[in-house]
Write a protein that binds this ligand. Structure first.
Ligand code: ADE
Length: 422
């Protein structure tokens, strides 16, 4: 079933009441966003600006969308992953009049159709998670890039690619790397990914984690979060890495470190969190134990080479929602969660509202910065200012009732003194 109108295409508009309850729940957990909404509804800094957004349509994103609108923006939205849209939330936003082009289960053609529909708004600002909107603009609407004042990017993978684009001189407008804010990646990427990925694994398998060998590919912020949380539930965690420093960190954090060729034989559950393609490939599938569970929490679905498993399997069936059983020629069963797409958003609800509160505060304040200053910024990738990180951390602590000590004038003098030694 599909509900289509002049300004929306969603799965089923009658799901709106359920979506509304979810959004209200998220709003009750996102006090920083609600404070920013109240503050900027009064001054309307985004009035006259048109934002095209391409970011997972979740209850938390709905809070961001409502806040952007409250600050005066016009916007149009698509999801940034074929399996991550929460159809009830999309329905509610469409019912509120938000131009919304998103439903769960898009194919590739539909995915880009939705992005192109948002470009019909003729945006002056773009907001991305994974950079597919920016890429589409640069590839298909290059003649319109000069009308874009700036954009933001939410995720590690997207920022990495945009920096490569900027270095090659191919980026046509300034982009703020929201991902690289400390109040984003130190919280959202670690605690958000850790909890929501385990949530996705549990919803799609309901297995006991205690005693399992849990293999985490990649020990960046996201991998670290997954490893920490799996250990917390009693799993024996093995980390695989290509970076010497990250591998050392994992080892000194108390995890075993091994090559995937070794870990493939030992793991009960595998999760990829690398941002790299072909992390788990045919030779790994060939050596996995019967019953191995394999999933990914990176942005793109290329970390597990499912095509090779498709070629290797003798049969396949859906055993549970978001869980497909592949039978190998020697009779082993390998279970792939969420088709190798991000398990935390496809099989669960994404990161909890409490961490998205800070990530989206960064998105929101960055949109205001671009609206005010974008025209004076050159086409490169910008970090968010430290003052913004401090402001968001301070707001968050305030909503938690946590107070900080304050340095005295004497302490500040001592800190900045360089003549006194031991
Ligand atoms: N990315 C990860 N979790 C998310 C969420 N809950 N909403 C939007 N984007 C996300």
């Amino acid at each position: 079933m599909q509900s289509e109108g002049a300004t929306h295409k969603v799965r089923d508009i009658s799901l709106a009441p359920e979506g509304l309850r979810k959004i209200e729940w998220a709003e009750s957990r996102m006090p920083v966003m609600m404070a920013l909404r109240k503050k900027f509804a009064a001054t309307q800094p985004l009035k006259g600006h048109r934002i095209a957004g391409c970011l997972h349509v979740t209850k938390e994103t709905a809070v961001l969308i409502r806040t952007l609108i409250a600050a005066g923006a016009d916007l149009a939205w698509s999801g940034c992953n074929p399996l991550s849209t929460q159809d009830d939330v999309a329905a509610q936003l469409a019912a509120e009049g938000v131009p919304m082009f998103a439903w769960r289960g898009l194919d590739r053609e539909e995915f880009y159709w939705c992005i192109r529909k948002t470009i019909e708004l003729d945006p002056d600002l773009t907001l991305d998670d994974g950079a597919d909107l920016i890429f589409t603009f640069h590839k298909e609407y290059a003649d319109r890039c000069h009308r874009i004042t700036g954009g933001t990017e939410e995720t590690t993978t997207g920022v990495h690619r945009l920096r490569a684009m900027a270095a090659a001189g191919a980026l046509k407008y300034p982009v703020i790397a929201v991902n690289d804010a400390e109040t984003k990646w130190d919280f959202d990427n670690v605690y958000g990914t850790g909890q929501s990925s385990i949530d996705g694994i549990l919803r799609s398998t309901a297995v006991l984690l205690a005693g399992k060998v849990f293999v985490v590919a990649g020990y960046g912020h996201c991998g670290k979060g997954c490893a920490m949380r799996a250990r917390g539930l009693g799993a024996r965690v093995i980390v695989t890495e290509v970076d010497a420093i990250a591998a050392l960190k994992a080892n000194l954090d108390g995890f075993e470190v091994a090559r995937m060729d070794q870990a493939a034989r030992m793991g009960d559950i595998f999760i990829t969190a690398t941002g790299m393609k072909d992390v788990i490939v045919d030779r790994h599938f060939q050596s996995m134990k019967d019953g191995a569970i394999v999933c990914n929490t990176g942005h793109y679905d290329c970390e597990i080479n499912i095509e090779q498993l498709e070629g290797y399997k003798v049969s396949k069936r859906e055993i549970r929602a978001n869980n497909e059983e592949y039978v190998t020629p020697d009779g082993r069963k390998i279970f792939i969660l969420a088709q190798g797409r991000l398990v935390n958003l496809a099989a669960a609800e994404g990161h909890p509202s409490e961490v998205m509160d800070m990530s989206f505060a960064n998105q929101f304040l960055s949109m205001i910065r671009l609206a005010n200053e974008g025209k004076t910024m050159t086409p490169m990738v910008y970090d968010i200012p430290e003052s913004q990180d401090q402001e968001i951390a301070g707001l968050k602590l305030g909503t938690m009732g946590i107070e900080l000590d304050v340095l005295t004038a004497e302490q500040i003098r001592y800190r900045d003194e360089y003549s006194a030694g031991t």
